[in-house]
Design a protein around this ligand. Structure first.
Ligand SMILES: NC(=O)c1ccc[n+]([C@@H]2O[C@H](COP(=O)([O-])OP(=O)(O)OC[C@H]3O[C@@H](n4cnc5c(N)ncnc54)[C@H](OP(=O)(O)O)[C@@H]3O)[C@@H](O)[C@H]2O)c1
Length: 197
């Protein structure tokens, strides 16, 4: 079984690689990955699928938008975030439908800022919610058992530590489990999120 992970070299992508069951092969994709892809470029997404051929899963752990208060985000910033975080992920299913095997899944990333906004998350909150809305309705369009879900990624502990924000957040190894649930469980149109006991 094969899964393309866009953003494989990142904090969450690396944790997904470690957690992936041994009967799965991970195709590492990103701008500098084994397979080259840029979420900003629909033609590079199409080229990625031509290179990989049919797959059982696609996971996107890439994509972002500018962090900052409303008045610091220019029209260009909004357009860049739209192109990357939203349209880039939409294009993974729009251009990939013919490559995803029956029963295969696409997993997109939103983020906790969709439900926990702060004054500097205005762009990310907007695009995260749009990703989740897209997933809920796109799921109703898929055929042959294809599935699409999102992971509402929490603050990742390793990221918090890297940024000097302390030891809060959820370890990347636990975040990776949300992506595996989406890949392996028979869910469609679902938003997976971390829940503490
Ligand atoms: N870490 C957190 O605390 C957190 C919290 C909430 C949500 N998220 C979301 O979760 C996702 C993964 O986060 P992360 O912390 O693992 O990210 P990360 O460590 O910064 O890694 C980003 C990955 O995405 C790739 N990438 C960047 N721009 C790309 C593009 N235009 N096209 C294709 N690939 C691209 C990078 O590789 P190349 O440089 O080779 O392209 C890298 O593999 C992101 O969407 C992020 O917004 C993260």
């Amino acid at each position: 079984m094969k899964v393309i992970v866009i953003g494989a070299s990142g904090t969450v992508g690396t944790a997904i690689q470690k957690a992936l069951p041994s009967d799965w092969e991970m195709i590492k994709a990103s701008r500098s990955g084994d397979v080259s892809v840029d979420l900003n470029s629909p033609s590079s997404i199409a080229a990625m699928y031509s290179e990989t051929g049919p797959v059982d899963g696609v996971i996107c752990v890439a994509g972002g938008a500018k962090f900052g208060p409303l008045n610091s985000i220019s029209e260009d910033d909004w357009e860049a975030g739209f192109r990357n975080k939203l349209m880039g992920q939409i294009n993974l299913i729009r251009l990939g439908q013919g490559y995803i095997k029956p029963g295969g899944s696409v997993t997109l990333t939103s983020g906790m800022l969709s439900t926990h906004p702060n004054p500097k998350s205005v762009a990310l909150t907007t695009f995260n919610i749009a990703v989740e809305g897209f997933v809920s309705a796109a799921a109703l369009n898929l055929e042959n058992g294809q599935r699409i879900n999102a992971v509402r990624t929490p603050m990742v502990r390793e990221t918090a530590q890297k940024m000097g924000w302390g030891d809060g957040g959820v370890p990347a190894s636990e975040v990776a489990q949300l992506y595996l649930l989406s890949l392996l469980e028979n869910k469609n149109g679902h938003v997976f999120e971390f829940q503490r006991d």
